[in-house]
Design a protein around this ligand. Sequence first.
Ligand SMILES: NC(=O)c1ccc[n+]([C@@H]2O[C@H](COP(=O)([O-])OP(=O)(O)OC[C@H]3O[C@@H](n4cnc5c(N)ncnc54)[C@H](O)[C@@H]3O)[C@@H](O)[C@H]2O)c1
Ligand SMILES: [Zn+2]
Length: 691
Amino acid sequence: MTAQQDPAGRIARLQAEIRRHDHAYYVLDAPTVPDAEYDRLFRELQALEAAHPELASADSPTRRVGGAALPELAAVRHAVPMLSIRTETDTTTQGVRNFDARVRNALGLDLADAPVEYLGELKFDGLAISLRYEHGALVRAATRGDGETGEDVTHNVRTIRQIPLQLTGAAPAVLEVRGEIYMRRDDFEALNARQRAAAEKVFVNPRNAAAGAVRQLDPRIAARRPLSFFAYGIGEHVGFALPETQAGLLECLAAFGVPVCEHRCVSAGPDGLIAFHAHIAALRDTLPYDIDGVVYKVNRADLQRELGFVTREPRWAVAHKYPAQEEITRLLAIDVQVGRTGALTPVARLEPVFVGGVTVTNATLHNQDEIDRKDVRIGDWVIVRRAGDVIPEVVGPVLERREGELPRYDLLAAYPSCPVCGSHVVRGEDEAVARCTGGLFCPAQRKQALLHFAGRRAMDIEGLGDKLVDQLVDAAIVKSPVDLYRLGLLALANLERMGEKSAQNLLAAIDKSRNTTLARFIFALGIRNVGEATARDLARHFGQLDALLAADLEALQQVPDVGPVVAQCIVDFLAEPHNREVIEQLRAAGVRWEEGEPAAPAGHLLGKTFVLTGTLPNLSRDEAKALIEAAGGKVSGSVSKKTDWVVAGAEAGSKLDKAQALGVDIVDEEGLRRLLEQGQGPAMDTGEEQA
Ligand SMILES: NC(=O)c1ccc[n+]([C@@H]2O[C@H](COP(=O)([O-])OP(=O)(O)OC[C@H]3O[C@@H](n4cnc5c(N)ncnc54)[C@H](O)[C@@H]3O)[C@@H](O)[C@H]2O)c1
Ligand SMILES: [Zn+2]
């Protein structure tokens, strides 16, 4: 049945749903739908109740402020209630005029009277707080709660540096400062980055992160959450000379040393407010914190008193909102973008949705871990957030709207090969990111690969920098490094800012780079995790490129300093036929070096694997490692059955436990020295073949 056929039923369902959302939002600080969706339900209920006054119950959520208090926090009764603010539903400029008309009407003014003076302020998206100062000292901080009774959160609020524990100047006997605790967007991003790194819960938006922090039981947790504060009003006061206007009140609060936002405007009549709304709209993305609108207030305190309030909101103030920064929409598919370094970033393809002032069709999902953590699945209804200049993001699914069973998303299964170049995609064991392995070949990585290839420490092609690479790639003159060696004057002649002289210089530099070393060549390939030093080790160890090309995981790990992760990266790179092709083409194009003899296997500990753990009495980690490698041994980061010895020092941790569990031999520094000395003749105990 529709709302028209059964308004009572619809009202009951809306009330129940809104109560559920109120609980999630106000009590748990974990809303399950975006504010915009909540506001739609709320407005529908308001309209139905207005049309059917006989059905509007006194306990409807439309008549109440906020939510219940947490029982773990002590209750604080507000001597002056903390109210909500009416939201102007007409978001055109007409809304402002309607407000002005209501105010003038209530004050009994007519056209002949002077315009009413208003103050425009920002509507901060945080959590309302009442700070009680007695003789200048902060004695209590309380949340709004249901408006009459809030929660005592003094222990947490004391940890917020922006909130003074002591007011400056001559303070009144009692002054309750009211305002908003919020979290800056950059602080929020940093907090979430820390949470992600620690594999802990990620917050959906700054408001909920701030509210959750303030309503913590443990002040140490609150202290680690970066919170900020703006004052915008007062509650109870004793011995305080009340300023005549709202603007004067803000100045007075600022003089007490309390943070007050600089963005505000005084306007005679509504016109200035309309301009203020537009001005702040243009500024909104650049503000360091979230706002959901602006607030217009009657400026004169005596007129505010005269106007008073209705149920849950003052008659002298109204909120004029901006487009929501969070909206709900459908996740249609997940595409991937391949970045300059080959990283595959999953991107949500969305049913177009208007959010943060623009229509959004794509939003980032970061990586597979993030998708798992949020449990986002294709077909879900999701919350999309676009705030400030940050790229739109999928905050999470609206689980209560999931229809039936949807399969979990698996990026590697969806993209076994790169959507740009078709090379295979791998994801390292401890890595969040999946990558295309077609480094030399992949168009998405082309510019990066070429720049690296031409770099001073690689092929050292003088003059081939950022801008030129951009030009060459954009004009499709150069696709892979091989194309560099096929360049002629003709191709370069069409490039902007490229005279004949510089073209000749470039060609000469490219030609010169043909004569190189194996180490430079290996480094130039841009294999992930193969830096200059590793390239040198590889060149020294294998001596010849073909030996490197033929090496398997095991053989690669014989190279000093090459562990399983680096070895795997090399194997992945060489397993991609596209990369091998480019290497062959480069050789065919005349890139050459002097091939050497493979380094003779050396040292009596050849093929032996060590793991170091704890602090040794005399040797540093690096020293111990160097000694082991000099004797032909290898040092690995983790203990496995293949480990020959674990060298344990003081405060050895889980590696020692694991060694014991696997029955791996354990030695101390002294034992290590004995092992190292075994190869050196006379001092040995089992030295027969040495003789
Ligand atoms: N997503 C959900 O499930 C859910 C549930 C409940 C409520 N909500 C959201 O909460 C809001 C409604 O709650 P509300 O009753 O607190 O109203 P409100 O947040 O829209 O307005 C009142 C509040 O505005 C704040 N404020 C910010 N700047 C101010 C200023 N300059 N002057 C005065 N006050 C200022 C104060 O904290 C005040 O309590 C809506 O935005 C709604 O979408 C969302
Ligand atoms: Zn690719």
